[in-house]
Design a protein around this ligand. Structure first.
Ligand code: NAD
Length: 481
């Protein structure tokens, strides 16, 4: 609580705290209690403009910094975050309600992003192209200048570091707009970066509402690229705003990821993975395995094991490190509860029993629906809460058809002991990220992103650096004609 209350209602621009021009603020809640724990600046277009112009003014200097030096700075930031990880994890927990151990592992992941891209900072280069003895043709990999990052609330610092670390490694300066529900770790991180030696103007944070500060950032002519992580509806709006200046956009959007379980899988292991898949972070991960596609022969047995495990999970405020914290807000709680009602109305069967919830926060118990059919809204739409919809399949063709029966294409889990079948299915599914026998497997070095409405572009891995660089081609004549 003490760190949260220390955070002032100011942006972080040019290495310093800057009050919003209009002096307006927005409250930040602890979703475990609904209490206001801080107030942050409600930035507007003028604040965003100041941040972008500041970042722009710094960009030329940053571009001239030796790549090895940029790597050193990122490494120093990684060490500083590692040392402060306890404070950051607690702050993330207060702001999001997520279990403390989950917040700790997300902060460790942030350190991982910084370290990984620190190592890449001096390894981005162009190539020479042979077009004949009389010419020299080569490409140069250059930073785009100012990168913009619009971040969601579900894993606030993790989503920030996922795109900011490669953007800074590629030699850019950055402007970040965190989600209005969860701006606290972004502000502290900007302070930490300044203290760790990042020159003023390198990493700027403007807080505020999506339709105000977020829109202004997406529409700003001074940004060289935009990374947006959030919902499909906002993604569309951001793409429209960025289109005005032909700003390149990476979109990391929603999902309705299936876990496909064949009859030969180890059911106990799979039950544990399915439960983690749909309940981790209270179901508020974009790649939550929120649809179970079960071979009809093992359907009942698997559902029984899943329900048993899910019913034993603990709920509570994040600081007490339960299995599930609350949902992020009252509004989101209404939305997710609305889907549970819809499930009943659509004729699905509720397999989990109702249970007592802890206190005043936005809690919702793990909920499993069976008897779901592909046309139901609970089978097709992203719920973003701890709700699993279960569908039965008869064979591989049927499983592949069901897997593809939503507008999303983010993650797919495949569980089977038959490696041929697993790889056949991996080839067939239309998604950006396939996990075989290990849901949520991967990490910073492994590219991540979606197909269909789940978005464009890839984050993580070396490929992510491409979103923050531009390629210049130089062709020169050698000697006289
Ligand atoms: N694919 C991924 O990697 C990934 C990762 C995390 C979350 N997500 C998705 O994010 C969604 C949940 O996050 P959310 O509810 O915070 O999403 P959201 O779209 O409501 O908000 C995301 C961000 O966009 C800002 N925003 C809102 N309206 C805006 C506008 N008109 N212009 C510019 N910015 C605007 C918000 O302030 C916030 O910072 C889910 O759909 C989830 O699947 C995807």
């Amino acid at each position: 609580m003490s760190t949260a209350t220390r955070i002032t209602a100011e942006h972080h621009i040019d290495g310093d705290r800057v009050p919003p021009r209009e002096r307006r603020t927005i409250p930040v809640e602890d979703p475990s209690t609904g209490e206001t724990i801080a107030r942050v600046a409600r930035g507007d277009a003028a604040d965003v403009d100041l941040a972008v112009r500041t970042a722009r003014a710094r960009a030329d200097k940053t571009r001239q910094t030796a790549p090895v030096e940029r790597g050193r700075l990122l490494r120093a930031l990684a060490r500083a975050l590692d040392e402060a990880s306890g404070e950051f994890a607690l702050l993330e927990t207060l702001d999001t309600g997520k279990p403390l151990s989950l917040a700790r592992s997300e902060i460790a992941g942030c350190v991982g992003y910084l370290d990984y891209y620190a190592g890449a900072a001096d390894k981005m280069h162009g190539e020479t192209i042979p077009i004949g003895q009389a010419s020299l043709a080569y490409t140069v990999s250059e930073p785009v200048g100012v990168t913009a990052h619009i971040v969601p609330w579900n894993a606030p610092l993790s989503m920030l570091c996922r795109s900011v670390a490669p953007a800074l490694a590629a030699g850019n300066t950055a402007v970040v707009k965190p989600a209005e529900q969860t701006p606290l770790t972004a502000l502290r991180f900007a302070e930490l970066a300044a203290a760790a030696g990042c020159p003023p103007g390198t990493l700027n944070v403007v807080t505020g509402l999506g339709e105000e500060a977020g829109h202004a950032l997406a529409a700003h002519p001074g940004i060289g690229s935009l990374t947006f992580t959030g919902s499909v509806a906002t993604g569309r709006s951001v793409l429209r705003a960025a289109a005005e200046h032909i700003t390149p956009v990476v979109t990391e959007l929603g999902g309705k990821s299936p876990q496909i379980v064949f009859a030969d899988a180890d059911l106990d292991d799979v039950a544990a993975q399915v439960v983690t898949g749909f309940t981790a972070n209270t179901g508020q991960y974009c790649d939550a395995g929120s649809r179970l596609l079960a071979d009809r022969r093992i359907h009942d047995e698997l559902v029984a094991r899943i329900v048993e495990r899910a019913s034993a999970l603990t709920l509570g405020p994040g600081e007490r490190d339960p299995d599930l914290g609350p949902l992020i807000s009252a509004e989101h709680h209404r939305r997710v509860s609305g889907y549970v009602e819809k499930g009943h109305d659509e004729g699905a069967n509720l397999a989990t029993a109702a249970r007592e919830l802890p206190g005043r926060g936005y809690f919702l118990a793990p909920t499993v629906f069976t008897g779901v059919t592909p046309g139901m809204r609970i089978a097709r739409e992203e719920i973003f809460g701890p709700v699993l919809t279960v569908l039965a399949f008869d064979d591989e063709d049927h499983a592949a058809e069901l897997a593809d029966a939503t507008d999303y294409g983010l993650g797919v889990g495949i569980h089977t002991r038959d490696i041929d079948r697993a790889l056949r299915m991996a080839n067939r599914v239309n998604a950006g990220y396939v996990m075989i026998n290990d849901y949520f497997a991967g990490g910073v070095a492994v590219p991540f992103g979606g197909t269909k409405l789940s978005g464009t572009g890839r984050e993580r891995g070396l490929i992510a650096l491409d979103s923050y660089r531009t390629l210049k081609t130089v062709v020169a004549r050698i000697g006289s004609r």
